[in-house]
Write a protein that binds this ligand. Structure first.
Ligand SMILES: *Cc1c(COP(=O)(O)O)cnc(C)c1O
Length: 382
């Protein structure tokens, strides 16, 4: 099946067997435990809902299908997925090479929590394959990428880096949240493990927090599945239902997000109040060629720098009506964020400066509203 079909049907076939009622939408199974007929045999493979439950299993099949993977695992949040991944695959003394542009919460998890358990992290500019290669040591187990990155929309060459990682016996993990599985499939490019915050595009409606891991290796899956149960950071059946529901429109939404975002990027590029626009789909983006190679369209995030400083930026943000000022991204509604003050406030100011996250830099998560209304809102505020 093609993507849009799998996104509606994988894991959610109507139950037409004896005793089934043919429901087209998979039920929300709230039962925390499952009764047995025979002492040594769980009914239908279910024992206790942290270990597995039918709604989560339906979602996990869907998640696997979206990324062309053999297995999917659902978690209570993107960070719960990341924590489980790290604790399942790493042990004291292991080293991770990570992109310096990683999501702030991921860096916080690595530096403030996991580093206390004897894990080592090196941050490099992974938009340069050579820098990743140079950072690999004999104890490097994982290469952790995010592409496009947040908020600067820098790209990593997944195919080239996966190749280098394999030569050194390290696994490549790609946080594919910003692209979504509709626009980019890291497995097809050689990655080993794909990670998502389903809170963003996969859920798509800003009404559920969730995470996912997709992979195809049997041995790694067994480790992750064991740790999903052992650590217990699992989503509720209702959350699973919401994410499943979200996936059904993912293809349509990503098409519209990408169309609206490209038009907004082009509009802002020639606006006299705008200093700079960063969007992988623009020819002015330094990695536009790579974006064309590894993504099928360029996604819904547009980052831009306003002319003028702090107070002009604040005025602009206050004047927006349709576009809400909020953290998060990937929902149907357009949201704007001032990273230096909001999502990236926890970074040291020198680090923000070095990366170019200035106070007049804004990250716009372009929604699927009518394009004309979005442009008009920006126009009056500018
Ligand atoms: C939001 C986000 C996360 C964390 O996910 P939560 O669901 O908020 O825990 C991880 N990576 C990226 C790229 C994100 O945008």
């Amino acid at each position: 099946m093609k993507f849009a079909t799998k996104a509606i049907h994988a894991g959610e076939e109507p139950n037409l067997k004896e005793g089934g009622c043919g429901d087209v939408v998979f039920p929300i199974h709230l039962s925390a435990t499952f009764a047995r007929k025979e002492i040594d045999k769980p009914t239908g493979g279910y024992e206790y809902a942290r270990t597995s439950n039918p709604t989560r299993r339906a979602l996990e099949k869907r998640l696997a299908a979206l990324e062309n993977a053999k297995y999917g695992l659902a978690f209570a949040s993107g960070l719960a997925a990341e924590t489980t991944l790290a604790l399942a695959l790493l042990k004291k003394g292991d080293h991770v090479v990570a992109f310096e542009d990683l999501y702030g919460g991921t860096r916080r998890l690595f530096d403030k929590t996991l580093a206390n358990f004897g894990l080592e992290f090196s941050y490099v500019d992974a938009s340069d394959v050579g820098k990743v290669s140079n950072a690999i040591n004999s104890n490097t187990r994982l290469i952790w990428l995010e592409t496009p990155s947040n908020p600067l929309l820098r790209l990593c060459d997944i195919a080239a880096i996966s190749k280098v990682a394999k030569q050194h016996g390290a696994l490549t993990v790609v946080d594919n949240t910003f692209a979504s599985p509709y626009l980019q499939n890291p497995f097809n490019l050689g990655a080993d493990i794909v990670l998502h915050s389903t809170t963003k595009y996969i859920g798509g409606h800003s009404d559920v927090v969730g995470g996912a891991i997709m992979l195809s290796n049997d041995e790694l899956y067994a480790k992750l599945k064991f740790n999903q149960n052992a650590l217990g950071a699992v989503p509720s059946p209702f959350d699973c239902f919401l994410v499943l529901r979200g996936t059904k429109t993912l293809a349509l939404r990503m098409e519209r997000h990408s169309q609206n975002a490209l038009k907004i990027a082009e509009y802002l590029s020639v606006h006299p109040q705008v200093e700079k626009v960063i969007y992988p789909g623009l020819e002015t983006h330094p990695q536009n060629k790579l974006a064309q190679k590894q993504m099928s369209a360029f996604g819904g995030i547009v980052t831009f720098v306003l002319k003028g400083g702090k107070s002009k930026t604040a005025d602009f943000l206050k004047k927006l009506n349709v576009i809400a000022l909020a953290e998060s991204l990937g929902g149907v509604e357009s949201l704007i964020n001032q990273p230096a003050v909001m999502t990236h406030a926890s970074l040291a100011s020198e680090e923000r400066e070095r990366l170019g996250v200035t106070e007049n830099l804004l990250r716009l998560s372009v929604g699927i509203e009518d394009y004309d209304d979005l442009q008009a809102d920006l126009e009056q505020a500018l």
